[in-house]
Design a protein around this ligand. Sequence first.
Ligand SMILES: [Zn+2]
Ligand SMILES: [Zn+2]
Length: 254
Amino acid sequence: MCMPRFNLMFDIGRGSPRLVEIPKILLTHGHLDHSSGVAYHVSQRSLRHLSGPEIYCPPELAGPLTEIMELWSRIEDFRTEYTVIGLEYEKLYPVHGNFFFQPVRTVHRIPSNGYIIIEKTVKLKPEFLHLSGMEIAERKKNENLFYESFLPHVAFSGDTQIEFVLDNEVVRKSKILFLECTYIDNERPVERARKWGHTHLYEIADNAEAFRETQKLVLIHFSPRYRPEQIRAAMKARLPDWLYAKTTAFFTGG
Ligand SMILES: [Zn+2]
Ligand SMILES: [Zn+2]
C-alpha cells in the first residue's frame, strides 16, 4: 500500500516499477505476499541511480532479510545500496515535518507488526488558554505552558488477528484504519481465521464498538477466493449501518 504523501509504502507485495520512486518500505512481516518485491525494488532503484531504500521490518526479520539480500548480490554479482532496520517498538521514527511512524506489534503466525502514522503537535495547556499572546510570550520564558499532543492519522494492520484493534488504543483512535479482513463467510469460519493469524468480517461486526472513533475503515487482504460483489454484499449484511457507511473494501489485485 503506497502512501505518496508520506513518501513511504506499507509492505511491497511482489513489487512494481510504479513504486520505484518511493524510498521507504515499512514491512509488516516476511510472508511473500507482503515482502517478495524487496530485492527487485532495491535493484531497480540502483539502476535508476536513486538512493538505497530504507527497509523497516520486525527485528526478527532483519537478519534473514539481510542474508537474502546478500545472496541476491552474489547472484547478480553486483553490490546494491540499502539499509535494513529492525524496529524498536514504542519508538517514533521520523517521516517528515511533524509526522512520525510508530510500529505496533500484531498477532500473526510469524513475527509481525502494523504501523501508525502520527502527527506530533505542541499545544497550550488548558489552564493557559485564556492568556493573551503577549502574556504567553512573557510567561513562557519562565514556565512550561505547553504539552506535546500525538494525533494518529493512519493505522495499517498488515496480517493480524483482531487483537491489533482491540488491544491498542492508538489503533482505535486513528482517523483512517487499514485493516486486514481475510475471510468473510461461514465456509472459512472465525476459528479458521484465528488459527492462521487473520481477521474475519464477523469479528469486525461483533466488535463494532471498537470502531466508533475510526473515521474511515478500509478493509484489505481479502482471500482471492472472493469476488468484489460478494465482499460488498457480506459487508452490507453483517456490519451495522453506521459502520458500513464509513467502510470501504480495497482490492490490491493480490
Ligand atoms: Zn502473513
Ligand atoms: Zn498476507
